[in-house]
Design a protein around this ligand. Structure first.
Ligand code: 5GP
Length: 198
């Protein structure tokens, strides 16, 4: 993979679909991939670690980063800001690592505009009603926030056609393996072009 620039993958999925679990599983079966760590003004959930799951900050800090143009994209989601730090993503891509952005559709479309070569994946549950069950069993959000997240999920489905691939998370290993296959196929598509130069 010498001198290779990394590829950008955007993964979106409604709240409760199990994105983090699937991506965690993916990281065990693929190499040379970095999952971007976003900044957010949301409060940490139990077990979430600053700098590992998110960079947690207040609105002032976040808005300063917006002013200083430090985000590749950012969006508001259910009352909080979420943004992709530009520097770390660029550094990883320049080092030849593929980068996954796990972001919602408004941000995903901004990325597509800026980086048209990115590959966009949308993860869905086998059935929409699974989301409510999963969000309630997670027990991390109030009823009000769950209702807002489900409302948001319905709207997010309207963006599915903008994505290159749909992955159904009916089985974590299967979903992770499908994403791995999509990523490998994309690497092959771009990687082999270098032989044309020889
Ligand atoms: P959660 O609060 O459940 O961790 O994330 C809420 C939503 O924000 C999810 O759809 C997640 O994909 C999205 N998200 C996380 N980080 C970012 C980001 O940096 N930018 C954007 N646009 N969305 C993000």
């Amino acid at each position: 993979m010498n001198n290779r620039r990394g590829e950008l993958f955007v993964v979106t999925g409604p709240s409760g679909v199990g994105k983090a679990t699937v991506l965690g599983r993916l990281m065990k079966i693929i190499s040379n991939v970095y999952i971007s760590i976003s900044a957010t003004t949301r409060k940490p959930r139990e077990g979430e670690i600053h700098g590992k799951h998110y960079f947690f900050m207040d609105r002032n800090e976040f808005e300063k980063l917006i002013e200083n143009d430090r985000f590749l994209e950012y969006a508001e989601y259910v009352g909080n800001y979420y943004g992709t730090p530009a520097d770390s993503v660029e550094q990883m891509l320049a080092n030849g690592k593929d980068v996954i952005l796990e972001i919602e559709p408004q941000g995903a479309l901004k990325i597509k505009e800026k980086c048209p070569d990115c590959t966009m994946l949308f993860i869905i549950p086998p059935c929409f009603s699974d989301l409510e069950f999963r969000l309630r069993s997670r027990g991390t959000e109030s009823d009000e926030v769950i209702a807002k997240r489900l409302e948001k999920a319905k709207k997010e489905y309207e963006y599915v056609d903008k994505y290159d691939y749909i992955v159904v998370n009916d089985d974590i290993d299967k979903a992770a393996d499908e994403i791995r296959c999509i990523m490998l196929a994309s690497r092959y598509r771009t990687e082999k072009r270098k032989y044309l130069m020889r």
